[in-house]
Design a protein around this ligand. Sequence first.
Ligand code: ADP
Length: 544
Amino acid sequence: MLGLMQSRNLSISSLLTHAARHHGGAQVISRTHENTTHRHSWADVERRSRQLANVLARLGVVAGDRVGTLAWNGYRHLEVYYAAPGMGAICHTINPRLHPDDIGYIVNHAQDKVLFVDLSFVPLIGAIAEAAKAHVRDVVLLCAPEAMPEVALTPSMRLHCYDTLLDAAGEDFAWPEFDENTASALCYTSGTTGRPKGVLYSHRSTVIHAYAVALPDVLDMRATTRVLPVVPMFHVNAWGIPYAAALTGATLVLPGRHLDGPSMTGLFNEERVTLSCGVPTVWLGVLQHLRSSGARLDTVKRIMTGGSAAPPVLIDAFRDEYDVRVEHGWGMTELSPVGTYNAPKPAQTGLTGPEATRQMLRQGRVLPGIDMKIVDADDNALPWDGKAFGDLKVRGPWVASAYYGDEPGSALDAGGWFATGDVATIDPDGFMEITDRSKDVIKSGGEWISSIALENIAVSHPDVAEAAVIAARHPKWDERPLLLVVARAGHTVVTESVLQMFEGKVAKWWLPDAVLVVPELPHTATGKIQKTTLRDKYRDHYLE
Ligand code: ADP
């Protein structure tokens, strides 16, 4: 027997109309390209998104078409986030930090019809125009008419000014209703190996994910929250914050292109931000600025860190020196992206000192709706004892079932699980902890060593700015850990002293066999250490 409840489709436009109707005066504040502050409200975003939907229709965009963006976090980008899916098209966010060859590939693979581009990326658009000309008809620069630059496009492409198009468009547009499984947004994973792969979100997955990230034990978002996503809207939906902010009526502060410590600190205090989200690199930058300038954070109470493992120093320093709670979450493009979040259960609330830090380093419990398990090489489920580590698999309504262009379900195993490529432990309370990406784990004499655990210890050394541990081939043990460190500015690293840090913290056989001090470590387009490059270079270190 079916239930007798209304079956209204979940839709992204309904998040926006809710915000406009019930939180119409709540602000959306943006740092512009010119470094000025732009303010409007959720009611303005909704009205302007209707105008933009009319613009898209005039440019020939129809339901199902891909609309690309190459843009920082800002109000015009937010309008594309809502107008494109709202009219039934797909908002395809492109990561400008990728190599131009990859961007050209992605634009063609997605067959983007229109590109919305920030002024910062005008040179980039010139570089990929030739590669993109097969599908892209219109390029819209996110600026005012007086800021329009010269752009070298191909003759088949038309160049437009965003503000000019919007000013000429009517506000008369009714958000259409359609199947909630309709595609809404597209985001490619960075592809550290092989070509980037597209993850195609739906209205349903996006709305359910927004509800989940807004929960008290996740971002705890409310109408009184003033949230600043440092995480870019050009990668994994800025962790769903543009949607969750509309859902809850929160004030949204969008930082634009200056993401360094001084700029972020200034914006936090000026706009009385209470919550922010970003990768560890951003927080280390903010921390360094606070310490060197003596500045304080006036209103920020919590910051969420994710994207790569949080170093302990981040949690300790923000708590002890600035009274800010650093919370750890985990996710990936294929999970919309948030999968787990570390909020205490009653048993964890009383922890203090190093025990509290140790607990907060875990990536956390699943958001309700996500199911997870860890398995061995034969796909047998492993116990949740906090010790056994295995491949992490997930399933749920905001987990991808296939990559863009592939058969539905083709990314899943026979049981419907998605293999994350991460290796993890899960403790009896359900707290998951990533020990590695499966390709980064070190297999020494048949046993596994966690590179993340070793890196966390290495970066707690006062002379170390950044550390990476990779598997290097070994004649006797197959693989042994090799530690690469970058010295902090003005410091010298003594390798024996770094190795002493490990004493008593890990089993003796986990100790790196060697420490190399290097001037810098390579990073991916999403700011993670590029271990493939390091392995290529140092794989044979113990054989040489
Ligand atoms: P990309 O590598 O393209 O940036 P994603 O943004 O999808 O791709 O990255 C997802 C991966 O990032 C996860 O599979 C995991 O390895 C890593 N990751 C994300 N959050 C954390 C975290 N809190 N701790 C450790 N690793 C994390």
